[in-house]
Design a protein around this ligand. Structure first.
Ligand code: ARG
Ligand code: ZN
Length: 881
C-alpha cells in the first residue's frame, strides 16, 4: 500500500512534468501468479532549467527485476526502486534516453480491481485514475501523453484472445503452446487510458462506416454463451457513433472499436482508447433478464464511453483536478443523446431526479466539493455526482446562456484548438467566451464554488399598472472549507403562463437581463418588473431545471395546481406537481411524528388520478409523475432532525390515499396496458410498462391488491414486469405467502444468473422496516452472494444503505453497524468500493439525535481500524469533520 497516507494534493501545486515519454513499448508475459512486464520507454527532458533533476517514476506494489539505460544494465547505485517508486539518480545529460524496466506483478492476487487483474478467468485492466502504476513504473499523470506499442504473450489455451488499445499490427505463434499479438495506438494518450484484455471470450461483431467513409470493425466481447445478450449494446454503439457525427461533427478515428464486458468492475465502464472495458451489467441485456432501466442505462453508458473518445481521449485533462472537463462534458453529451433517442421531457425529469437524489445531498453535506476541486487526498473519491452530474449541468447552463449556435461554435473551437492537448477548465471556458464575446468569469464560479445555491422568489401583480413584479434573491450556503460565498451568475428559464395555459408576452422587463426566456441573476437581489400584463399570469420558474438550485417560490396553491395541469413545458408540470406532493408529504411526516391522523388535500388526490388517466400525456411522463418523491427525497426536503419512520408512514399514507380516491379509474388503465405482442425495449413501450407497473404499486394497496400483484408477477413475460411485481409483493405485502413464494420462484429461475440475482438481492434489501437489516446480514451468506464482487455488494449492501430509509436508519443503529462491518471487511481488499459504500453515512447529521449518535459510533468504529486504506480514511474523516 502507499506510504504517504496523509498527503494532500493541491491544484496550485501543479507543475508540468520535467520529462516527456514520446514512446512506450510494453511487452506482457502473462501468467496469473507472475506476469512479467517489460517497459521500454523513450524519455525526453521537457524542462531544461532542471537539467540535473533525477527522474522519479510512480509505482504501486511493483517488484523490479531489471533496469537498463540505453541498453546497458544499470548498477544498484544508479537507481532506487521501491514498490511505489523508481528513481533514476542521474539521467543522461543529453536529456534523451531509453529506460527499460522489467517488473513482476501478480494479477491473481490483485483484489483492488485497479491495474492488471483477473475477472472470470480472464485478464483485464483498469488504469484510471492511478492504476497504471500498478503495472509498471511510469509518469502516471494525465498530462504525459505517449504513443503505445503493446505486445502480449500468453498461453493459447488460456487466452486465445489478446487485445489492447489502437489497431492490431501482428500476431503469431511462439511455440510451447504460447502465442502473441501486437497492438499499436497512433494517438498519444495518458497512461490512464491504457488497456489490456486477454482470455477466452465470445464476440459479437459489426461494422460501421464513418461519415467520411472509413470502415470501422466493431467487436463486443462477452463470456461464452452470453453473445445473444450483447445485441442491444451493439445497436446503442452504432447509434452513438452516428449521433456524435450528426450533432457534434465528431468522427471515430481508429480501424477497430472494441468493448469487453467483465463481471468484476468497480465502476460503470472505462473509455480506454479503442478498447472500452465495461461492467457487464451495462452490456448484457435481453427481455428475460434485464429491465427497461437496464436497457436505458446500457444505451447511456455505451454512449458515454464512446463519446469520451473526443471528450476525454483526444482532449484529455491536464491533471485530476480537471476531471469534470471530461466527465461533466461527457455526461452532458450522453444526456443529450438519450434525450434525442427517447423523450426529451421524460429524460430531463429522470436526469433531474437523479441529480437531486445524488448530487444535492452531496453538495449539502460534509463531502461537498466544487465541480473542480482544489484539493484531494484520494482522487478515486472524486468520481462523484458533483463532478459528473453537476458538471453536466454547468455545461448545460453554458448552452442556455449562449444559445445553441454559439454553443456549437464554442465546441467546434474547443475540438479544433485542443485536439491532442491535456487541457483545463479555463481552456474550456475561454472558447465559449471567444465565440460569444460574453464574459463568463462570474459564471465560472459554478466550477469553483461548492454548494447548491438557493433562490427565494416572491411575486406581485399590479393590475392598475399592468405590471408583474418578481423579487428574486440568491444565496449560497457555506460548505466545508468555504464559509464565504460569492454571488453567482444563475440562468433561470421561465414562462408567464396565461389562463389558457399558453405563455403570455410582456412588453418589457426591467431589473435584470432577461433574454430568450431566461432571467440572468448576477446580484444578490433583483426586482424585475414585467410590464404590459393586465391579467395576472402564473409564474413558471426554472423551466427545464435550467439551473441546479433549490427554489423557494411563494406561490398561490391555485397557481401550482394550475401549472401542474396546464404549463406548456412538461418538465414544469412535473415540477409543479412534485412540489405539491412534497409539501403534502412534509406535512404528513410532521403529523405522523405528532401522532396525528394523516390528511391529504382532495384536489391533490384528484390531480394524481387525472394525470394517471390522461391519455394525452406520454405514458412515461405519467409514470414518472406518479412515482412520488422517494423517502430519501422527502427527508432531504425536511433537512434536519429526520425520523425516517414518520417519512415512510406519510409516503405510504399518500400512496394509499391516491389509490383509494382513484382506484376505480386506475384499474382500467392498468388493465388496458397489459403486455401485448412481442417485447421491444423502445422508449414508448418501456413507458407503457413503467406506467402499468407504477399503477400496480397503487392498486396493490387496495383490497385484492396482493392477488393482483401475485398475478402480475406470475404472468410477467419480461424482467421489467417480473421485477416490478416482485418488488410490489415484497414491499407492500412483505412476509406474506405470496411474497415468499414469488421470491422463491425468482431464485429458482435465475439462481445461476448473477445480474438477475442482483435484482433479487436489491428487492429484499429494500423491504421497509426494522427486520430487513437481519435479512441483509443473512443474505451475505447466500451462495449467489460474494463479498468480493462489486455488483453483488452494491446490489445488497449498497442499496440497503442508500435506498432503505427505515431499514438502514433503524433506531438502534443496527443498520449503520452492518454497513460499518462490510466497509471494514472490504477496506483493504477493495478500498475504492469500501470508500464508496461508506459515503452512505454522509447525511448522518440530518437524522434525529438518537440515530445521529448511533451513526457517529459506526463512523468512529471504522475510523478506529488500524491500517485503514487512504480511500476509506479520507471519506470517514471528512464525514466526521
Ligand atoms: N472514466 C470512467 C467513466 O467513464 C470512470 C472510471 C473511474 N474509475 C475509477 N477507478 N475511479 O466515467
Ligand atoms: Zn466518464
Amino acid at each position: 500500500m502507499r506510504q504517504e497516507k496523509n498527503r494532500v494534493f493541491r491544484l496550485e501545486d501543479y507543475r508540468p512534468s520535467p520529462f516527456r515519454i514520446p514512446e512506450s513499448h510494453l511487452t506482457f508475459e502473462l501468467e496469473p501468479d507472475a506476469t512479467v512486464v517489460r517497459a521500454k520507454l523513450l524519455f525526453e527532458r521537457a524542462d531544461d532549467t532542471r537539467a540535473d533533476a533525477p527522474l522519479v517514476l510512480d509505482g504501486d506494489e511493483l517488484e523490479l527485476i531489471e533496469a537498463r539505460l540505453d541498453g546497458a544494465l544499470l548498477g544498484a547505485d544508479a537507481f532506487t526502486a521501491a514498490p511505489d517508486r523508481f528513481e533514476l539518480k542521474a539521467p543522461p545529460a543529453s536529456g534523451r534516453f531509453t529506460l527499460e524496466l522489467v517488473t513482476r506483478i501478480v494479477p491473481s492476487r490483485n483484489t483492488t480491481l485497479m491495474g492488471l487483474y483477473r475477472s472470470g478467468g480472464n485478464y483485464c485492466t483498469q488504469c484510471e485514475a492511478e492504476g497504471f502504476r500498478r503495472i509498471t513504473y511510469y509518469l502516471d499523470r494525465p498530462d504525459v501523453l505517449s504513443v503505445y506499442t503493446v505486445r502480449i504473450e500468453a498461453k493459447k489455451s488460456e487466452a486465445p484472445l489478446l487485445l489492447s488499445n489502437g489497431n492490431p499490427v501482428e500476431n503469431g505463434d511462439l511455440g510451447g503452446g504460447r502465442h502473441y499479438a501486437v497492438w499499436h495506438d497512433p494517438f498519444p494518450k495518458p497512461s490512464y487510458l491504457f488497456a489490456l484484455v486477454a482470455g477466452d471470450l465470445g464476440v459479437v461483431r459489426d461494422r460501421f462506416t464513418t461519415m467520411s467513409g472509413r470502415p470501422v470493425e466493431l467487436g463486443i466481447y462477452v463470456e461464452h454463451g452470453k453473445e445473444n445478450r450483447a445485441g442491444y449494446a451493439m445497436d446503442a454503439l452504432r447509434r452513438s457513433m452516428r449521433w456524435d457525427e450528426e450533432v457534434f461533427g465528431r468522427e471515430y478515428d481508429l480501424d477497430v472499436f472494441n468493448i469487453v464486458a467483465v463481471s468484476d468492475f468497480n465502476m460503470g465502464a472505462m473509455e480506454n482508447k479503442g478498447l472500452n472495458i465495461f461492467n457487464d451489467k451495462y452490456v448484457l441485456a435481453d427481455e428475460e433478464t434485464a429491465t427497461d432501466t437496464d436497457f436505458a442505462n446500457i444505451e447511456a453508458i455505451i454512449a458515454h464511453e464512446y463519446f469520451h473518445n473526443w471528450t476525454g481521449n483526444r482532449i484529455t485533462c491536464r491533471d485530476w483536478f480537471q476531471l469534470c472537463l471530461k466527465e461533466g462534458l461527457t455526461v452532458y453529451r450522453d444526456h443529450e443523446f438519450s434525450a434525442d433517442q427517447r423523450s426529451r421531457a421524460v429524460e430531463r425529469i429522470a436526469d433531474v431526479r437523479t441529480l437531486r437524489a445524488h448530487q444535492f445531498p452531496e453538495d449539502q453535506g460534509p463531502l461537498a466539493h466544487p465541480v473542480r476541486p482544489r484539493r484531494y487526498r484520494e482522487i478515486n473519491n472524486f468520481y462523484t455526482a458533483t463532478v459528473y452530474e453537476k458538471g453536466s449541468e454547468v455545461v448545460r447552463m453554458i448552452r442556455t446562456i449562449l444559445g445553441p449556435d454559439d454553443f456549437r461554435l464554442g465546441m467546434d473551437l474547443y475540438f479544433a484548438r485542443h485536439d491532442g492537448d491535456a487541457a483545463t477548465i479555463e481552456d474550456f471556458i475561454t472558447v465559449f467566451e471567444e465565440v460569444s464575446g460574453r464574459d463568463l468569469s462570474q459564471f465560472a464560479l459554478w466550477y469553483h464554488q461548492a454548494g447548491t445555491p438557493s433562490i427565494a422568489v416572491t411575486s406581485n401583480h399590479d393590475p392598475k399598472r399592468g405590471e408583474l413584479v418578481v423579487e428574486i434573491e440568491q444565496s449560497v450556503p457555506p460548505t466545508p472549507g468555504e464559509t464565504r460565498k460569492r454571488l453567482m451568475h444563475i440562468p433561470l428559464a421561465f414562462g408567464l403562463v396565461g389562463t389558457d395555459g399558453r405563455d403570455v408576452t410582456y412588453r418589457s422587463a426591467e431589473g435584470a437581463t432577461v433574454e430568450n426566456g431566461v432571467i440572468h441573476l448576477r446580484k444578490r437581489r433583483h426586482v424585475i418588473r414585467f410590464s404590459g400584463l393586465n391579467e395576472r399570469p402564473a409564474l413558471s420558474l426554472n423551466r427545464g431545471f435550467s439551473a441546479p438550485v433549490t427554489l423557494t417560490l411563494e406561490q398561490k396553491r391555485e397557481d401550482q395546481l394550475f401549472l401542474a395541469r396546464n404549463d406548456s413545458d412538461p418538465f414544469s408540470r412535473w415540477q409543479a406537481f412534485t412540489k405539491l406532493v412534497s409539501d403534502a408529504l412534509i406535512d404528513g411526516s410532521r403529523r405522523s411524528r405528532g401522532q396525528k391522523p394523516l390528511e391529504w388535500p382532495a384536489d391533490l388526490l384528484q390531480l394524481a388520478g387525472d394525470i394517471a388517466t390522461d391519455g394525452k400525456l406520454e405514458a412515461a411522463f405519467r409514470a414518472l409523475t406518479l412515482s412520488l418523491p422517494s423517502e430519501a427525497d422527502i427527508a432531504r426536503e425536511i433537512g434536519s432532525n429526520i425520523d425516517p419512520d414518520t417519512v415512510h408512514a406519510a409516503r405510504n399514507g399518500l400512496v394509499f390515499a391516491i389509490a383509494q380516491a382513484n382506484g376505480e379509474r386506475l384499474a382500467p388503465v392498468y388493465d388496458s396496458l397489459a403486455d401485448m405482442g412481442p417485447f421491444s425495449p423502445d422508449a414508448a413501450s418501456a413507458g407503457r410498462r413503467a406506467l402499468r407497473n407504477t399503477l400496480l404499486d397503487y392498486l396493490a394497496t387496495l383490497p385484492g391488491g396482493k392477488e393482483r400483484a401475485a398475478a402480475h408477477f406470475t404472468s410477467a413475460s419480461n424482467m421489467t414486469d417480473r421485477a416490478a411485481g416482485l418488488s410490489v409483493l415484497a414491499h407492500r405485502h412483505s412476509g406474506t405467502e405470496q411474497a415468499e413464494q414469488a421470491l422463491e420462484a425468482f431464485e429458482a429461475r435465475f439462481g445461476d444468473n448473477p445480474l438477475a440475482m442482483d435484482k433479487w438481492f436489491t428487492i429484499q434489501a429494500m423491504v421497509p422496516g426494522a427486520s430487513t437489516v437481519d435479512r441483509v446480514r443473512a443474505l451475505t451468506a447466500h451462495p449467489a452472494y460474494s463479498g468480493n464482487n462489486p455488483n453483488r455488494v452494491r446490489a445488497l449492501v449498497g442499496s440497503f444503505a442508500s435506498g432503505n430509509q427505515t431499514g438502514f436508519h433503524r433506531p438502534d443503529g443496527a443498520g449503520y453497524r452492518l454497513l460499518a462491518d462490510v466497509v471494514i471487511d472490504l477496506q483493504q481488499k477493495n478500498p475504492q468500493l469500501a470508500a464508496r459504500l461508506a459515503t452512505a453515512l454522509r447525511s448522518w447529521r440530518s437524522v434525529e439525535p438518537q440515530r445521529q449518535a448511533k451513526a457517529r459510533e459506526a463512523l468512529l468504529h471504522i475510523a478506529a481500524v488500524e491500517n485503514l486504506s487512504t480511500d476509506v480514511r479520507d471519506i470517514v474523516e471528512r464525514t466526521l469533520a
